[in-house]
Design a protein around this ligand. Structure first.
Ligand code: COA
Length: 414
């Protein structure tokens, strides 16, 4: 890398040199600005099309310089180094591939005064040559007026070229900078290995699925009003603690959903404690630690314990006690996205619920008026050997009612 973070770069200044399996090419900056991030170190293998550096331009908009692309319409790695536009008569510079990832596009740099020649990648120039097309006659529709392969083909189809096209070699179409990712085989170990075992065993159990939608409007408002207070007390208050408390309230009413089935499926044990597991996405994979004795905890106590489990999960230091003894599980896949799921049981538990992202959607009120409503979907899976559909639905209704009328949970405060 010729640049480092914090350094100012000029438009067209050399940023780095990239070597493909066929050639070495200098990459220049598309913009004048400050380098905010360098994505690769010297010797790293850059992924085709990925950003090499992020540049903050004068108006504060971040953009990037992507690595070489194997797209026909973009310049490929082995292109000759683009000349800097210092002199007005310099040949047209070939900027690096334009595939910004920033949400707001940075302003497109203006072509240097006096530029006569069209911008095009070597692959596109080759196609033009093979079809005997003067690339400077073709209107470029790419970024900065770059001539793309499609522009050449449209030019030809428009009848501007009478000569029979020369055969185009497949290598020219693929682009000489194309690289093929290698297959990679890794061992399945750690949490992933445990997941293979537990999930495979769980598929032997017949799952009953039941879905519903929950009106979270009141809870969204309630959490909003309590969040800062909880934060001041050092607790991050998400929706999960309310969902766990509501589950505990429903489990008290339908204890069979807090039971476990013996390995030979001859006995059912009703568990005294509501140890509610939370499917947690960590850097090591999926883990399911549980909050112990939710029936005895206030919502803020559940939140504090959830915060700890999340912190320990992220640091990879959950204890075996955290990970064992669960009696019921909730998975908040909605913190990532989605609507419905088909959760798989954590044996020997008999019920698991997966909740979606809370979304603001229209619903009808009592007088058919349209009301903006915060809706969350829940997808339950239950062990159909011991749980029937009606019990599952009744349990879900109690859970739903607690969440839709969060004030009612006050009655269960300890
Ligand atoms: N809908 C809308 N917003 C949600 C949400 C949902 N379903 N779930 C979380 N959020 C919000 C939270 O309220 C929080 O907002 P805030 O910053 O305003 O407080 C933010 O998203 C981040 O929440 P998060 O840190 O994820 O906390 P959480 O208590 O909601 O969830 C975990 C904790 C551990 C469940 C979650 O981090 C996680 O790992 N989810 C993935 C679970 C998974 O992989 N399931 C699949 C198993 S197969």
């Amino acid at each position: 890398m010729n640049v480092e973070e914090g350094q100012t770069v000029e438009e067209w200044a050399p940023v780095t040199t990239v070597r493909s399996d066929k050639a070495t090419v200098e990459i220049t900056s598309r913009y004048t600005g400050v380098v905010k991030k360098v994505h690769y170190a010297v010797g790293d293998e850059a992924k085709t099309g990925s950003a090499l550096i992020d540049i903050e331009v004068a108006d504060g908009v971040a953009d990037d310089v992507p690595a070489v692309s194997n797209n026909d319409d973009a310049p490929s790695a082995p292109s000759p180094p683009p000349p800097a536009p210092a002199a007005a008569s310099a040949p047209a510079p070939a900027p690096v591939a334009a595939a910004p990832v920033a949400s707001t596009p940075a302003p497109v740099p203006q072509a240097p005064a006096g530029r006569k020649k069209s911008l095009a990648s070597p692959a596109v120039r080759r196609i033009a040559m093979q079809h005997k097309v003067n690339i400077n006659d073709v209107h470029g529709t790419g970024r900065d007026g770059m001539v793309l392969k499609g522009d050449i083909l449209a030019f030809i189809e428009g009848g501007k070229v009478v000569a029979a096209p020369a055969p185009v070699s497949s290598s020219a179409l693929v682009g000489s900078g194309a690289s093929i990712a290698q297959d990679r085989t890794i061992d399945i170990k750690g949490f992933a290995k445990v997941m293979v075992k537990t999930m495979t065993a769980a598929t032997a159990v017949p799952h009953f699925g039941y879905c519903d939608e929950i009106d979270m409007t009141a809870l969204v408002a309630l959490r909003g009003s309590l969040k800062d207070q909880a934060e001041a007390a050092g607790v991050k208050l998400s929706y999960m603690p309310f969902m766990l408390k509501a589950a505990s309230i429903a489990l008290t009413k339908y204890p069979v959903l807090n039971s476990s089935v013996s390995a030979d499926a001859t006995q059912l044990t009703y568990k005294g404690a509501h140890n509610i597991g939370i499917a947690m996405d960590t850097k090591d994979g999926l883990v399911v630690p549980n909050v112990k004795n939710v029936q005895n905890l206030s919502i803020v106590e559940i939140a504090a314990e959830l915060n700890r489990l999340q912190k320990d999960g992220a640091a990879g230091r959950l204890s075996s006690s955290d990970l064992s003894g669960g009696t019921f599980t909730l998975s908040n896949i909605g913190s990532i996205g989605g609507t419905y799921a088909s959760p798989v049981l954590v044996l020997p538990e008999v019920c698991i619920g997966a909740v979606s992202k809370i979304q603001r959607v229209p619903r009808f009120g009592e007088n058919d008026e349209v009301i903006a409503t915060s809706i969350m979907r829940v997808s339950w899976s239950a062990d159909h050997r011991v749980i029937d559909g009606a019990t599952m639905a009744r349990f879900s209704n109690v859970w739903k009612d607690a969440l839709e009328n969060p004030g009612s949970m006050l009655l269960h405060l300890r």
